[in-house]
Ligand binder design. Structure first.
Ligand code: ZN
Length: 485
């Protein structure tokens, strides 16, 4: 019998030469036929599985070895990946998708968070190195991490950079955190003011602009009624457009506007990389809000522009005023200190595919059921046009069901049932995918943070131990010298 002997890191393996030939193109099948003893300096535990693959013609991934390491081994011995048994695919590729998740977390981490910046950067550089180890952009990634460190040390001295950290990075210091909470408070305050502002009942008679014409309108009940009738606007609009807000509300609102505008200007001025400032959607929102708030304030003080018969300016005023409600979106700044929110935003960002699927499947279903109900209700007067039918199918599928339009024929009922059931399925499926992205990111993030903390702890331990060793070194050298004397 033609036996071949392998010495793998001290462990002896013996096998038939014919066994090695069973997998075409593998490293072992191409060995020299004249030699029958080989030595490889590698792990015998992994080699056992490589040999088994030749014996059985199939690869099972051992559970006591990291699948990434095992995959490397498979590639080294030139075994085709097609031999990996389906029962082991999940185990083998789970680790890879975990790696991708950590990559996302690393790319989107808070660079300036935590007091122990340097140690954390070290830990992150280590992870970045692991994650990008098989990518070509390894070097670029590493230089990137270094760039951040260099950037911090270079810029840390300047006043502008410190203000920027204070405004933009709540994790960088306690003051920055307090500032962030104050900012959130201002956002909430401004929104509360806005809501009360919109209530027609808290309006008081005009004091901002003395308008003779308007005073006439308000005093003369007949003229007022006539205007309501002729301009086809209701009392709510007249009160909102022509009357003024309560003085206290006006003061609070002005304070909020000044606060937000100043914050935006300062934030832009101190931003170290102006180009990056405009890449952030959040900053665009801030700029737009500033414009909207300023326009609505100006119009508030120039009520004479908002004549009852001049709709255009009045509508513009209301458009900008309603845009001010978007101020509530500024609360998303919290994501820098609130991990769960950060992960939620990330999962939305990385679930664009699923969201598009949701939109796409919904659109198809809305059109199909809209046309179906229109066709089956052709005899009734309920669905006047296909557009109304599509509105009905949208409202039915989202399980809202206003009941403003409803089927009246048997065929219509059948379509209604199908539409409602379909809606639940179409809604539920992509949402499950998005939720799984979220839960995956969320749990991986917990491990990611834990790892960073452990690394930091270890670094601190080593530093303190180093000090002790240095001390004992000093003592021993001293005693040696004394002995020599
Ligand atoms: Zn298996």
């Amino acid at each position: 019998m033609d036996l071949v002997e392998f010495d793998i890191g001290g462990t002896i393996f013996k096998t038939k030469r014919s066994t090695l030939k069973s997998i075409d193109g593998s490293f072992l099948s191409n060995l020299d036929d004249t030699k029958d003893k080989y030595f490889f300096d590698t792990d015998p535990v992994l080699f056992r599985h490589v040999l088994n693959a030749h014996r059985k013609g199939i690869i099972h991934v051992p559970r006591d070895v990291c699948p990434l390491l095992f995959k490397e081994e498979i590639l080294f011995w030139k075994l085709p990946l097609t031999l990996v048994a389906p029962c082991c695919w999940k185990y083998m590729y789970e680790a890879e998708s975990d790696k991708d998740t950590y990559k996302i977390l690393l790319q989107n981490r808070n660079k300036y968070d935590s007091c122990n910046k340097v140690d954390q950067t070290k830990a992150e550089a280590c992870i970045a190195h692991f994650i990008s180890s098989d990518d070509e952009k390894r070097t670029s990634d590493r230089s990137n991490t270094n760039g951040i460190v260099d950037g911090i040390s270079e810029n840390e001295q300047t006043m502008a950079f410190r203000i920027w950290l204070l405004l933009d990075e709540p994790g960088s210091s306690t003051a920055a955190k307090i500032w962030c909470y104050f900012y959130i408070f201002m956002v909430v305050l401004s929104v509360v003011v806005y809501i009360i502002w919109l209530d027609p009942s808290v309006r008081v008679s005009p004091y901002l602009t003395k308008d003779v014409e308007l005073d006439d309108v308000l005093e003369d009940q007949q003229l007022y009624d006539y205007l309501v009738y002729i301009a086809d606007i209701n009392e709510k609009i007249i009160r909102l457009v022509l009357l003024d807000p309560h003085q206290a509300l006006l003061c609070l609102d002005l304070f909020c506007v000044v606060f937000f505008v100043l914050e935006t200007i300062v934030h832009f001025l101190v931003c170290p990389i102006k180009r990056k400032y405009f890449l952030n959607v959040y900053n665009w929102l801030k700029i737009f809000l500033c414009i909207a708030m300023l326009v609505s304030v100006v119009l508030e003080f120039r009520k004479d522009l908002l004549k009852v018969n001049d709709y255009a300016i009045g509508e513009m005023y209301h458009f900008f005023k309603s845009c001010c409600a978007l101020r509530l979106l500024l609360i998303f700044r919290l994501h820098k200190i609130y991990d769960a929110l950060h992960i939620m935003l990330l999962s939305v960002r990385y679930s664009v595919k699923e969201l598009l699927l949701l939109l796409f499947s919904f659109l198809i279903a809305v059109i199909v059921y809209g046309c179906l109900i229109f066709a089956s209700e052709i005899e009734s007067t309920m669905f006047a046009s296909p557009q109304i039918s599509m509105w009905w199918s949208l409202i039915t599928m989202t399980t809202i069901g206003y009941g403003d339009f409803y089927p009246t024929t048997t065929r219509g009922y059948v379509v209604g049932i199908l539409c409602a059931i379909n809606g639940i399925i179409v809604l539920a499926l992509p949402i499950a995918a998005i939720a799984s992205t979220f839960s995956n990111l969320y749990s991986r993030n917990a491990e990611f943070q834990k790892h960073l903390t452990e690394v930091r702890k270890q670094t601190l331990d080593t530093i303190s131990k180093d000090n002790i060793i240095h001390h004992t070194d000093d003592i021993s050298t001293v005693s040696c010298e004394e002995n020599a004397k």
